[in-house]
Design a binder for this molecule. Structure first.
Ligand code: DC
Length: 218
C-alpha cells in the first residue's frame, strides 16, 4: 500500500513549496490539489459555465482532463501553467463556488485518490487529511501569521513580474481564508491527528527539515 503524507492549511502558509521539496527529498510524487481546483475554475471561466448550477458544473468536470503530474498543469492537453500564474488573483477569487461545489469535489476526490493509488505521494490542499486521505501515513497542518503570509504572496507575485499592494493581498487573503474555513463541504480544518506547524519566521529549508524529521524517524 503506497504511503500518503498530507499537508493542509491556509493560502500562503508555504504548503506548495514545502510539499514539493519534501516530495523531492523523499523521492515521492507531489500532488498540488489547489492547481486542480484552479484548472477547473479556468475551464469554467473559458466556457462561461454557470458556477451556481451543480448540473452545469457536473457536465464541465466530468468531461475535463486535468494532469498535474510533472510540475505542470495540463488542461485537456493544453499546458495552462503560465496562464494560471498570470491570472492567479482572478482565478483564486473565482474558485470559491467551484471549491464549494459537491459535484466538483466528488470528481476531484476521485482524481486525487487515483493519483496516489500506486505511488507514495505528498499532497497539499485544504481537505487532504480530513476527507480525501483520512488514513494518511502522516498529516500536517501548516499555518503562519496573516501578515507574513500576505508578504510571501506579494514577493511571489513580484517574482512573477506582477505587482499587488500588500493591503489588497491581505484583504483578498482574509476573504479566501474565511470562505475556505466556512464552507459546509470539506472546509479547511486540521485533521484531529494532524501535526500543527507554524512556519512564521522560518525559512523553507527549516520547514522541510521539520516535516522530514517527523517522517524519517520511522
Ligand atoms: O491552494 P490554492 O490557493 O491553489 O487553492 C485554489 C482554490 O482551491 C482555493 O479556493 C482553495 C481551493 N482548494 C480546496 O478547496 N481544496 C483543496 N484541497 C485545495 C484547494
Amino acid at each position: 500500500m503506497p504511503k500518503v503524507v498530507t499537508i493542509d492549511g491556509p493560502a500562503g502558509a508555504g504548503k506548495s513549496t514545502a510539499a514539493r521539496r519534501l516530495a523531492g527529498r523523499l523521492g515521492w510524487q507531489f500532488l498540488n490539489t489547489g492547481a486542480m481546483f484552479r484548472a477547473v475554475t479556468l475551464a469554467a471561466l473559458r466556457r462561461g459555465t454557470d458556477v451556481a448550477s451543480e448540473s452545469q458544473l457536473d457536465v464541465l468536470t466530468a468531461d475535463l482532463e486535468v494532469d498535474v503530474s510533472g510540475g505542470r498543469v495540463v488542461l485537456d492537453g493544453e499546458d495552462v501553467t503560465r496562464e494560471l500564474d498570470r491570472r492567479r488573483s482572478e482565478i483564486s477569487l473565482a474558485s470559491g463556488p467551484i471549491a464549494s461545489s459537491a459535484v466538483v469535489r466528488g470528481h476531484l476526490l476521485h482524481w486525487q485518490r487515483e493519483f496516489a493509488r500506486e505511488v507514495d505521494t505528498v499532497t497539499e490542499g485544504r481537505d487532504q487529511g480530513t476527507v480525501v486521505f483520512p488514513d494518511a501515513f502522516r498529516k500536517f497542518f501548516l499555518t503562519a501569521n496573516e501578515v507574513e503570509r500576505a508578504r510571501r504572496r506579494v514577493a511571489e507575485l513580484e517574482a512573477n513580474g506582477q505587482h499587488a499592494s500588500f493591503e489588497d493581498v491581505l484583504a483578498d487573503q482574509r476573504i479566501r481564508d474565511a470562505r475556505d474555513a466556512a464552507r459546509t463541504i470539506a472546509p479547511m480544518k486540521p485533521a484531529a491527528d494532524a501535526l500543527h506547524i507554524d512556519t512564521s519566521g522560518k525559512t523553507i529549508d527549516q520547514v522541510v527539515e521539520e516535516l522530514a524529521s517527523h517522517i524519517l524517524i520511522l
